[in-house]
Design a protein. Structure first.
Length: 130
């Protein structure tokens, strides 16, 4: 009788551990999203550096088109793995904000990232689709 209770106890424990591990796996974001975030942040820094270089040459920040046309971006700068980049330049030309966001409904839960002339990357939870 004691052996049967021990076996049943082990089965219950194994079942609980299995259910808990499945629940935790369901809660974790896919690894690709983590890789995307690292790539997006790297791109934002590269675009911000390009803005700083553009400022040094032209005494004002430039649009994404200007950065590309003048060869300041090391890559196309417009889209990367579900994200696209936009640049907002202040009216005085002395401030900028580069934003990375997705417009794909399936990826609406992905965060929005931005960097400005302070060179600090910020993040906002997703669900804003423009």
């Amino acid at each position: 009788m004691k052996t049967v209770a021990t076996i049943l106890g082990l089965i219950v424990i194994v079942a609980l551990v299995w259910m808990l591990s499945r629940w935790q796996l369901a809660q974790a974001p896919p690894p690709a999203e983590t890789i995307n975030e690292a790539g997006i942040k790297s791109d934002l820094l590269a675009i911000a550096r390009a803005e700083k270089d553009y400022m040094a040459k032209h005494q004002h920040y430039g649009s994404m088109n200007k950065l590309q046309q003048d060869g300041f971006l090391p890559f196309s700068g417009l889209r990367w793995d579900g994200y696209f980049y936009t640049a907002e330049v202040g009216d005085d030309g002395e401030h900028f904000k580069i934003t990375a966001r997705t417009t794909e409904i399936a990826k609406a839960h992905w965060p929005i990232f931005w960097i400005d002339d302070t060179m600090q990357i910020s993040e906002f939870a997703g669900f804003i689709i423009n």
